[in-house]
Design a protein around this ligand. Sequence first.
Ligand code: CP
Length: 257
Amino acid sequence: MKILNRAIEVKAMIKSGDRSFQPFKGKSMAMIFAKPSMRTHVSFETGFFLLGGHAVYLGPDDIQMGKREETRDVARVLSGYNDIIMARVFAHQDILDLAKYAPVPVINGLTDYNHPCQIMADALTMLEHVGRIENTKGFEPDAKTVEIARSAGSKIEITNDPKEAVKGADVVYTDVWASMGQKEEAEYRKKVFQGFMVDEALMEMAGPKAFLMHCLPAERGVEVTDGAIEAPNSIVFPQAENRMHAQNAIMLHVLGA
Ligand code: CP
C-alpha cells in the first residue's frame, strides 16, 4: 500500500506537467529483455527518464544470458555500470540469480512464473477505478501461490464457470490464452478455453459497475472481443499507463529515493 500511495502521489506530479522531481538524476538503469515487450520497455524507460535517470535497453541478442554469459557474471558486470537492473527473462531462477549476485536492486519485468510489476499496475488501476483492491481479483493461479496468499489473509474462490465468476464482480480480468513461451500450445488452448472469451454479453452479466481489465497485448476475438475492449467500462488503457506510475514508485522504493 505504501508503494501504491507513492505511485498515486508521483503520478499526480507527472500528469500536472511538473518535472521538478528528479530523484534519479545521475542514475542509470540496465534493462535486460530476453523476450519482446512494448509496455514494459517503454514504461520503464520513460518513467526512469521522467524522474531524471538514464535507461539502457539490452535486447534478446545483446546478452543471451546463460548462453553467451553466465547470469551471475551479467549481474556483477551490469552492477558496475548501473544503479538498478530491470529484467524480463524466461526462467524465474534467472531473476533470482540476478538478485543474488547483483549488489544493486533487481526488478522483475516478467518471468515464466510471475509478472509483479503488472500486478502493481493492476492494483493501482483498481484503486483508482473501484476505490479498493480487497476482494477484486479472481483467477486460477499456481496452487503454491494461492496457498501463500491465503496464509496472508486473502480470500480466493476458484471457479471454471465464467458466468458464475463475473456475477457481482467489480473487475473482470482476462489475459492472452497463450503467453510468451506457450505459443506452440496456442491452438490447443483456443480449443480448451472455448466459452471463456470475455464479450459484451459476459460483461452485461457482471453488472453495470464492472470494469474490464487486460494487461495487453490482447488478441481481439480470442480471449476478448473488440466491443468489450472499446466499451466505456473498459479500463485497459489507464491500466497500461499505470505500468509506468506503479514502476516509478517501485524504483523510488528500491533506490530509497
Ligand atoms: N503487459 C505487458 O507486460 O506488456 P509487454 O509484453 O508489451 O511489456
